[in-house]
Design a binder for this molecule. Structure first.
Ligand code: T5A
Length: 212
């Protein structure tokens, strides 16, 4: 496909949204056609699923399998409605999370079968993959501090953020394991540095791709 698909991954509050916004601004200033998406979400169905998955305050319980399939449903809608058309039109699509989140959160951290998760990914994405993924790697203590400082006046912590520290330790280790398995695609970025330094490290990689 003619466009470029970029994704950002990492634990909560590692700085994805901040860096996605900066990358979009920089690319736009250079005249590129670019837009961002977030997962789950970024379609009407996806935002409704996001609300159910993360912020339902009606005491709705979800089994791990139901959670996995809802993330998949949100992504299926997003791929067909937004990502593929954007890439076909030659745009740069920047995703705040994509399939690696499912592999790590539902597969490695929750312990659901990775083989099925890969099959589901293939069913939903049919070969669509980011050309490059930035893993913003951050230790758990800094993640905790950033979460406390983050401004979220209305909604508060989401259902997954509230899981015990052990879950989040598995998330970090899972991402690093995945990066070790896919070194060509997944670039590990030390996210403990300043916002400017992280942005510069990301830009170096993107610039290299755009210059090819
Ligand atoms: N999930 C998602 C799954 O389990 N499976 C899946 O398949 C998918 C797709 C989504 C949740 O769903 C789970 C994972 C998640 O638990 P979300 O609401 O989209 O949750 O939120 P998160 O991904 O958790 O993202 P956040 O918005 O919480 O954090 P970000 O985007 O990583 O971080 P950001 O940029 O908002 O920054 C957080 C704070 O840190 C500061 C910012 O100003 C902000 O206050 N900050 C820095 N401070 C110092 N130095 C830096 N370099 C900083 N960068 C940012």
């Amino acid at each position: 496909m003619p466009g470029l698909f970029v994704s950002f991954e990492g634990g909560e509050a590692c700085g994805k949204t901040t860096q996605v916004a900066r990358l979009i601004r920089k690319l736009e200033s250079l005249g590129h056609q670019v837009f961002s998406i977030r997962e789950p979400g970024s379609t009407q169905a996806g935002e409704a699923i996001r609300n159910l998955l993360l912020h339902s305050d009606q005491g709705i319980s979800l089994t791990p399998a139901a959670e996995l399939l809802l993330f998949g449903a949100s992504r299926a809608q997003l791929v067909e409605e937004v990502i593929r058309p954007g890439l076909k039109a030659g745009k740069i699509v920047v995703a705040d999370r994509f399939t690696d989140s499912t592999t790590v959160y539902q597969g490695i951290a929750r312990g659901l079968e990775l083989k099925f998760i890969r099959e589901l990914e293939e069913f939903v994405c049919a070969g669509l993959r980011p050309a490059i993924t930035f893993l913003l790697d951050l230790d758990l203590e800094t993640i905790r501090n950033r979460r406390l400082r983050r401004v979220r006046p209305v909604i508060g912590p989401d259902r997954i953020e509230e899981l015990p520290l052990e879950f989040h330790r598995k998330v970090r280790e899972g991402y690093l394991q995945l990066a070790g398995e896919c070194p060509e695609r997944i670039k590990v970025i030390d996210a403990a540095r300043s916002v400017d330094e992280v942005e510069a490290a990301i830009w170096k990689e993107i610039n290299a791709i755009l210059g090819r």
